[in-house]
Design a protein around this ligand. Structure first.
Ligand SMILES: [Fe+2]
Ligand SMILES: [Fe+2]
Length: 253
């Protein structure tokens, strides 16, 4: 089973680029399913229902989130019925922390968790939360999006759950790492990278970010306006022997 997993999608303009990119990647790699992290779609923070529907329309089966899950409060109105997985270790009754996806005769368990290092949020332990999820669910394949800042926490999670899940994919830093590997048949990458404006700082307007650092004044950032985009993620080939291939493409609108 071949899955394209895209890193944090930043800004609504990226949806149009992704529509084309997904078609191209599907053709080249014979992809069965597309998954993505969608925490930064609407104005760079959160996911409106309109954009959620657009992402479904362009072929994304399910989406994981992160620290910006509830940045657009309208998500509370539709998350329960949507193919959206929010971090399982957030203490809320809105939405779900994992989701079972059926593909042909296979069951795929998609899990989202947040790390706690350098993240100022009252979260349950991602490791113990994952223990419980695995205790209570049986699936043919398990994929975890670990949305975290610290590389050490992501790698610790990977080695702890290697052999128990099929893929541990890092998100949140928006910069793709070149450390993809397979250990005990578990695919890993510290960060998938982002899908968003190329000339930017993690997707945001670079001059506004520079201004923040120079002055310490935290004006609201805007997603960078550009016609060049990067599309980052991985292709997981799951079966007897799991494989991971990095995707890092440049697109012009
Ligand atoms: Fe993000
Ligand atoms: Fe994030």
């Amino acid at each position: 089973m071949k899955i394209l997993y895209l890193g944090d999608i930043v800004g609504e303009a990226t949806i149009d680029v992704l529509a084309k990119a997904i078609e191209d990647i599907k053709k080249e790699y014979k992809i069965n399913m597309v998954l993505a992290n969608a925490e930064n779609v609407t104005q760079g923070k959160g996911l409106s229902q309109k954009h959620y529907k657009q992402l479904k329309t362009i072929g994304i089966t399910a989406m994981t989130m992160g620290n910006h899950t509830f940045s657009k409060s309208e998500i509370k109105e539709y998350i329960d019925d949507a193919s959206i997985v929010r971090p399982a270790n957030i203490n809320t009754n809105y939405g779900k922390g994992y989701m079972m996806i059926n593909y042909n005769d296979k069951k795929l368990l998609l899990v989202n968790l947040m790390g706690r290092v350098f993240i100022n949020s009252p979260l349950d332990c991602p490791f113990k939360t994952m223990d419980k999820i695995l205790e209570n669910n049986k699936a043919d394949y398990v994929i975890v999006d670990i949305h975290a800042e610290a590389t050490s926490e992501k790698k610790a999670f990977f080695y702890d759950f290697a052999g128990k899940v099929d893929a541990v994919l890092g998100t949140h830093t928006h910069v793709q790492t070149a450390d993809e590997e397979v250990y005990n048949n578990t695919c890993y990458i510290t960060d998938l990278g982002m899908c968003g404006p190329y000339e930017s700082i993690l997707g945001d307007d670079k001059d506004m970010v520079i201004e923040r650092f120079r002055t310490g004044i935290f004006d609201r950032l805007k997603v960078a306006q550009t016609n060049e985009f990067q599309i980052c993620g991985v292709i997981l080939d799951l079966g007897q022997t799991n494989k991971i291939t990095r995707i890092n493409l440049k697109y012009k609108l």
